[in-house]
Design a protein around this ligand. Structure first.
Ligand SMILES: [Zn+2]
Length: 110
């Protein structure tokens, strides 16, 4: 990603409100992903996956398993305002190769 685009992404992330978690209890993820917010998929009360659009603008869906049996998997924390933090970072190894952290609902570019 070039420096100009990265600078633009950082600026828009700073200007826009934090991303939120939307809980989904259906068996299948809804077909339409929100532009910025994250879907948290639950089944029988267990949170098993997070899906979001790649924040680089490519719009590719990024699915992040939360269950420990999955490799890799992520840890999700949601604060009182509903703003998610994910660990470790998200790194798309193909396509746009976006690499970022999600902290307090804000994308932090690497
Ligand atoms: Zn992307």
């Amino acid at each position: 990603m070039n420096k100009l685009k990265l600078g633009w992404l950082k600026l828009t992330e700073w200007l826009t409100p934090p991303r939120k978690i939307i809980e989904v209890h259906d068996e299948l993820p809804p077909s339409k992903l929100p532009t910025r917010d994250l879907f948290l998929l639950r089944e029988d009360g267990e949170a098993w996956s997070v899906i979001m659009r790649c924040p680089c603008g490519c719009g590719h869906p990024v699915e992040l398993p939360l269950i420990h049996e999955a490799h890799p998997h992520w840890t999700l924390q949601v604060d009182k305002k509903g703003h998610p933090t994910l660990a470790p970072s998200v790194w798309r190894r193909e396509g746009c190769r976006a690499h970022y952290f999600l902290r307090g609902g804000k994308v932090v570019w690497v």
